[in-house]
Every structure is written in structure tokens, then in C-alpha cells.
Design a protein around this ligand. Structure first.
Ligand SMILES: Nc1nc2c(ncn2[C@@H]2O[C@H](COP(=O)(O)OP(=O)(O)OP(=O)(O)O)[C@@H](O)[C@H]2O)c(=O)[nH]1
Length: 496
């Protein structure tokens, strides 16, 4: 905390220190061996406090079949922890209530605190934390930072509070003006008052932007937005409802209660709370309508989320498809549509390594015959068309497991895995027959035919293994050269 603010708070005469009774209660609350008798001795010192404890014990919030008529009976109904929590809450808040200026704001803050206390307690009960009284106290004290600021800075803080539209805006304004928000100022005060660590923690986390781990602190954290919704009256805006709903969904209960369950529970607890805390908090008259509206908003939000998720999934699928398309495109030769040399190189390396010393792998180097003449006679564009047709007919007339790639100008490579010399020869002969029969273009109404020459080299075949991929390619190339030399339109095998 900023030193100037700390000094202001420390020297503020208005800021009450806990009354003697509260101090003793704090001490008892830290003592694991504190007994009911110890608590009774302290509470009895303050008659007003005793009366409240009695009222609390007899309220439907705690009531048992036996009506408590004495403080001792009341305290045994409540138990040590609840008595200490309530007593502490009452005496601390009493000390902060109704002093100085800005009484209206004080009443407003007091109402929110009491409401949040009831809500935090209800949430802790839903969650089955077993510490609902501490939750009540946490709810009640979560805004002591605001009360402290109001006492220390009076109208200055009242103005800042009036300026803020909504809780988030208030926190931002506080941080800008004092360097800290009311949650951390409240926690600082609670620490100075030596309150139990669990309370200091709940106050410190009460405005944390994300749900905190500790279930009890989370009940306190959730209580604020729900109290704000309640205090907004009959026509809360959707933002307040959605905010309350979102926080409520983080309540540590399994499953968390929904607003249409929780709101009537708050309404049921209010008459007693009003009496016990000496306050008047109204119930919105159209409670059921707010609950129903909240449910509708929840359904709408769920639908929106489903739509958004479906959209996100579609976007991801489209993106993945586009990436696959682009990857495939980068592997293809744009003119002929068969694989390009770069991709073939990678595939060849992989196939050569996979074949090792025992698996067969044949490689055919194919070159169009007299292709220069086609270009020269009919032009490059027609040459391109022929290349495309030729490549596609290679691709169509080979097995799916064979791989065709354009290796250079009018030169193609075919990879034939698990194929020996004879099978490769037969495949290429068949291919040659088919391709020569197929017209590759039509020129002046006449079909244009082409032929090719090919050289085959087989790894792990009759001639044994090749030392490396380069040697295998070179062997196929040499065989092709021989096929050209022997007159073209033929297939030659590599001879060692
Ligand atoms: N239209 C077109 N022609 C190409 C392309 N790439 C290479 N060529 C041509 O292919 C021809 C290859 O000519 P050569 O190497 O003399 O071979 P050839 O005429 O097929 O003769 P042989 O291979 O000996 O049968 C050249 O005219 C190149 O310009 C291309 O992408 N499109």
C-alpha cells in the first residue's frame, strides 16, 4: 500500500479500532482450545451483542426445536465457531457503522455487506464446506476497505464511489487514486486488527478477477456480484445478471446452485437478517421474473457458446484443410500436376533407407522422345499441354504405390517399391504401349502421339545393392541414355 494512504488510515480518528470485546473474540478465535464457556464470558460483557446472538440462534437460519432463552443456550445452539464469527462480525461492523459523513453511502455499503454475508453463508452451505459461519463473516467484512476509505477520506471517497458505474469501474478508480483497491486495503486493515488468516485471505481475494482456489474465499468472492444483482432491484440489466450467473457457476458446490434456486433462498433469509442486523433490505418484487430471465439468459449464452464452438471447429477444420492443400501444392509440379523433384528427392531418400539391404526398389528414369520437335513445330504452349497430358497418363497407368515425379524439363522419375527388374520392365513396357496409343493433343484436327524411352535400375535386385541413392539414380540415367542411343521408344535395364 502507498505510504501516504497508510499514514492517512493510521492517523484517521474516525477509523475505529475494534472494540475491546471484539479484540478478545479475535484472540479466542485464534485459540483452537477455546471453549463455549470462554466465548460466553466475552460475549456477555456486551449486552447488545448478547441480544443479537440470542436472536440469531432463534432465527430460522439456525433454529433447532428448542428455543434458546439464555445466552448459554443460544451459544450451544450456534457452537463456539459460529458464536465467535457472529460476535466478531457484529462488533466490528457496529464500530464502522453510522459515523461521520456520507451516511447514505454507509447505509448502502452496510446493506451490500449484510446481503453478501447471507449469500456467502448460503453458498458455503450449498458447497458443504462446513464453515458457513466463517463464510458469513467473510461476506460481511469483505468491504471493510470501502468503509475504512469512507471514514478516512469521507466526501473524497463518496465522490469517487458515486463516479464509478459498476464494481470494475470502482476498483479501477480506487487503484488510480490510491494505488490500491478496497479489497487490499480491507485485507491490510484486517491484518492490523489481527483477524484470523482465513478472513484476511477472503477479504484480499474478494475482488480477484478469476475464481480463487480456496472454496471459502470463493464463496465470499461470488457473494459480491450476487448482492449487486439483488440491490439493483426489479429491473437489473442483463450484464449484472450475466455477471452474477457467471460467478455463481464458479461456486464450489457440485453442481453450483442456479440463480432461480438461490434468489428465493436469499428472500427467505432476509426478514431475519433485517431484524438481526437492524437494517432494511428489500426483496425485488419480481424475484421469480428475474430468476426466469436469468435462466433464459443462461440458455441463450449456452446456445451462443455452442454456436461459437461449432464455428471455431469449422474454422479449425477449414484451416487444417487449407494447410493440407497448401502442403500438397508445394509438393506438386504446377505444369504437370505430378510430384516435383524436391518432394521426390525426400521420398527417394526415405524409400532407399527403408529398403535397406534386402527389400527391392526399382527406379525408372523416363524421357519423352524428340520432344524438342514438338516445341519447334507447334510452339511451347502445345508442348506444355503435351507434358501435362503425358505426366497425367503416367500417373493414371501406374499402381497407387508407385510414385511419379517430374525430374526436369521432359524427364520423369518413377519409383516402384518392392518391385524387381522383371516386374519393373513389364510395368514400363505396358506403360509405353498405353502412352503411345493415347493422343496427347490434337493439332489441326489430327491426334498427336508421343513415345518415351526409359532406363531402369533396381536396388537389391540381381545386381545387388547400390551403395547410395545417388548411384541408383545415376544407374537409371545411364540405362535411359542407352535406350536413347539404341533408337528410343524402348526400356533398358541397368547393367553393372
Ligand atoms: N513446352 C515445354 N518444353 C520444355 C519444358 N521443359 C523442357 N522443354 C523442352 O524439352 C526439350 C528437350 O529437348 P532435348 O533435350 O533435345 O530432347 P528431345 O528433343 O526430347 O530428344 P531426346 O530426348 O533425345 O529424345 C527442349 O526443347 C526444352 O526446351 C517445358 O516445361 N515446357
Amino acid at each position: 500500500m502507498r505510504p501516504e494512504l497508510e499514514a492517512t488510515l493510521l492517523h484517521c480518528r474516525n477509523l475505529p479500532s475494534p472494540p475491546g470485546v471484539a479484540l478478545q473474540i479475535i484472540e479466542l478465535a485464534q485459540d483452537p482450545n477455546a471453549s463455549l464457556a470462554d466465548a460466553a464470558r466475552v460475549v456477555a460483557m456486551d449486552p447488545a451483542l448478547s441480544a443479537r446472538i440470542l436472536r440469531m440462534a432463534n432465527s430460522p437460519l439456525y433454529a433447532t426445536r428448542r428455543r434458546a432463552t439464555t445466552l448459554a443456550q443460544a451459544m450451544s445452539t450456534l457452537g463456539v465457531n459460529a458464536t465467535l464469527s457472529l460476535a466478531l462480525g457484529f462488533s466490528l461492523m457496529q464500530g464502522l457503522r453510522g459515523r461521520g459523513s456520507a451516511i447514505e453511502l454507509q447505509e448502502q455499503l452496510w446493506k451490500r455487506s449484510v446481503l453478501a454475508a447471507v449469500i456467502a453463508r448460503l453458498l458455503a452451505q450449498h458447497a458443504g464446506t462446513g464453515r458457513s459461519d466463517i463464510a458469513l463473516l467473510g461476506g460481511l467484512l469483505q468491504d471493510i476497505g470501502k468503509l475504512a476509505l469512507l471514514h478516512a477520506l469521507s466526501d473524497g471517497y463518496a465522490r469517487l464511489h458515486a463516479q464509478a458505474i459498476g464494481n470494475d469501474a470502482l476498483l479501477a478508480l480506487e487503484r488510480a487514486a490510491y494505488g490500491d483497491d478496497h479489497a487490499s486495503i480491507g485485507a491490510w486493515l484486517a491484518r492490523r486488527w489481527n483477524l484470523p488468516a482465513v478472513l484476511v485471505e477472503a477479504i484480499a481475494c474478494s475482488e480477484a478477477p478469476a475464481p480463487v482456489d480456496d472454496p471459502l474465499a470463493r464463496c465470499v468472492q461470488v457473494s459480491g456480484p450476487i448482492a449487486d444483482l439483488w440491490l439493483a432491484g426489479d429491473e437489473p440489466d442483463d450484464h449484472l445478471i450475466e455477471q452474477a450467473q457467471t460467478w455463481l457457476a464458479t461456486c464450489p458446490a457440485d453442481p453450483p446452485p442456479t440463480l432461480d434456486v438461490l434468489l428465493p433462498e436469499i428472500a427467505a433469509a432476509l426478514p431475519d437478517i433485517n431484524a438481526i442486523f437492524d437494517i432494511h433490505i428489500d426483496s425485488p418484487t419480481h424475484l421469480q421474473a428475474i430468476g426466469e430471465h436469468a435462466r433464459e439468459l443462461l440458455i441463450l449464452r449456452n446456445l451462443r457458446q455452442i454456436q461459437e464452438m461449432a464455428q471455431a471447429r469449422d474454422d479449425t477444420l477449414a484451416l487444417q484443410a487449407r494447410m493440407r492443400e497448401l502442403t500438397e501444392q508445394s509438393r506438386r509440379d504446377p505444369l504437370t500436376g505430378v510430384y516435383n523433384r524436391l518432394h521426390m528427392q525426400a521420398q527417394l531418400e526415405q524409400a532407399f533407407n527403408d529398403a535397406g539391404q534386402d527389400r527391392l526398389l526399382s527406379l525408372a528414369m523416363i524421357d519423352l522422345d524428340d520432344f524438342k520437335q514438338i516445341n519447334d513445330r507447334h510452339g511451347h504452349l502445345l508442348g506444355d499441354q503435351v507434358l501435362h497430358q503425358f505426366a497425367q497418363s503416367l500417373h493414371r497407368n501406374l499402381r497407387d504405390s508407385d510414385l511419379v515425379a517430374r525430374y526436369g524439363g521432359e524427364e520423369f522419375l518413377v519409383l516402384l517399391p518392392d518391385t524387381d527388374e522383371t516386374a519393373a520392365q513389364q510395368a514400363l513396357e505396358r506403360l509405353l504401349q498405353t502412352v503411345t496409343r493415347l493422343p496427347m493433343a490434337v493439332v489441326d484436327g489430327q491426334p498427336l502421339h508421343v513415345s518415351f524411352s526409359a532406363g531402369i535400375a533396381t536396388h537389391n535386385g540381381k545386381a545387388g545393392a547400390f551403395p547410395n541413392l545417388h548411384a541408383l539414380i545415376e544407374a537409371a540415367d545411364n540405362a535411359l541414355y542407352r535406350a536413347k542411343h539404341l533408337g528410343r521408344q524402348r526400356i533398358c535395364q541397368h547393367t553393372p
